[in-house]
Design a protein around this ligand. Sequence first.
Ligand SMILES: [Zn+2]
Ligand SMILES: [Zn+2]
Length: 360
Amino acid sequence: MATCRAAVITAHEKPLEIWDVNIPDLDPGSVLVKMVASTLCGTDVHRWHGPLPKNDTLPIITGHEPCGVVEEVSGEKNDILGNPIRKGDRVIWSYVACGSCYYCSIAVQPCICRGRASWGHNRCDQHPYLLGSVSEYMYVPKECLIIKVPDQVSSASAAASACAYRTVMHGYDRLGAIKDHETVVIQGSGPLGNFAAAVAKDHGAKKVLVIGAPAHRLEVSKRMGADDVLNLETTPDPVDRREWVLSHTEGRGADIVMQIANNAAVPEGLTMLRDGGQFLDIGAGGKGQIPVERMPQQMTYLTVRSGEPRHWLQAVDFLASRAERYPFDDMISRAYNLEQVNEAMNAMANFEVVKPVINF
Ligand SMILES: [Zn+2]
Ligand SMILES: [Zn+2]
């Protein structure tokens, strides 16, 4: 059986190893993709540090944000828009929900399907082996919906659309239309926060305010559409940060607050929201306690998990159609090759980089 090289987590906290992993025969309708870029995400670091959720065991190929070029298609296959997939197409692809459980078939909420397939946590010594993105090849199961990447979108940004940016698009889907009198506060100036700033501005928000750190990331926020930014490091008191939001909103608070940082930011974010506003909670990790008795009156609290296939498409469409307007590639912080995967993972774990890319 042919093999390819991949970055494998063999033990928690131990350096990843470059293994030769089997390239499987293709089942009908499946696709083999030669990887071009894989961005890394905080989740990859969590899985490396462990413990894994129950049912997951090592060894696993790390990474779940892939972009690559079609190497082989088993049979005839179309992309999400109905166009034929051919060898050489640059693509990203969705996760797979089971289609038949309560969440899929009755609630029509496939992102919380209990039988959902996703990448970066599957054993690489069992068929179909190649379900992690820091690998020379990936196997695309037949149920995945495939999105072709337009020329205007870099492979790194396309890879980030396979997790980070599509989650933001899912959040906007849940919020509904932004009205042109509305002010949006975004907590977090990482790639998701800055991407969300661009979408908020583009969708017609009157004012987009980003709260984050450090200063160089807030400079990116401004280029990504933020009307004003607040540096957490130079404004350490949450009372002052709330005052800043109130000063921008005639004392009411923001119409929409998006938490795209960490759960610990939620209680503060709620103090910045006007009565009747919408709170969108995206950032995972950390802990926060909500004082229920002090929540804004008539507010709406929204959370998201992952995305539906259309959100992968929306993210890539946004990157392509607004490529002239926003410097999307400024959000990808540093490039590495496969052999440098440990450097990249350590840099993420130490918060030196936010969104590194492994290029193949
Ligand atoms: Zn991710
Ligand atoms: Zn399901």
